[in-house]
Design a protein around this ligand. Sequence first.
Ligand SMILES: CC(C)(COP(=O)(O)OP(=O)(O)OC[C@H]1O[C@@H](n2cnc3c(N)ncnc32)[C@H](O)[C@@H]1OP(=O)(O)O)[C@@H](O)C(=O)NCCC(=O)NCCS
Length: 182
Amino acid sequence: MNDNMHPTMPVIRMLSPADVPAFRAIRLESLQRDPGAFASTTQDWLGISDADWQRHLVDNAIFAAFEGETPVAIMGLMRQRASKMAHRATVIMVYVRAIWRGTGLAEALLDMLDRHAAILGIRQLELAVRADNAGAVGFYEKAGFAAIGRVPGGFLQDGQEFDEILMARRTRRQHPNAGANR
Ligand SMILES: CC(C)(COP(=O)(O)OP(=O)(O)OC[C@H]1O[C@@H](n2cnc3c(N)ncnc32)[C@H](O)[C@@H]1OP(=O)(O)O)[C@@H](O)C(=O)NCCC(=O)NCCS
């Protein structure tokens, strides 16, 4: 914990398939409150079944921060499936409720992801962010991500195109048994 963290920081844990209600609550909140930040819309996610919500939790490592029983932040890790790319994962669903921004909670979540990634033998974290999302780009740069590419007009929202910035950083930790080909 760094010095400027809130004294009663939410508790971060990985979500299990039993956590669908909390997952649904914080994911829909993120899409509703910051619709410009995500590739999906609220509508995309409102229609999915409980089994689909569960599948997201099984297929990906998704962490949430809880204030008591209430989820207030979320961040996930989607690993590449192909064996020669399994050392790479994409950071997804990044959202911190507005009152918890600037507290170090986003950094703490990213650190949990990094720790988990290293245990899995993941060497590189990647992500995509809308170019005009200065707060998120600033957060990622502060966390050591560097821009590795740009997709012109990568986001199309209400008929308007926005560039997408691709970013990456190596995991801060390495798996103790990570060999040359992991
Ligand atoms: C992205 C998000 C998780 C970051 O969390 P946060 O608590 O706001 O991030 P932090 O305060 O730790 O870091 C933000 C950093 O970005 C920089 N920053 C913030 N706003 C900025 C701006 N408008 N322009 C440039 N840099 C900015 C600052 O360097 C800041 O660090 P500092 O306060 O130490 O100087 C949070 O803002 C959020 O949930 N946003 C809405 C959803 C979203 O955009 N998700 C990302 C989808 S890709």
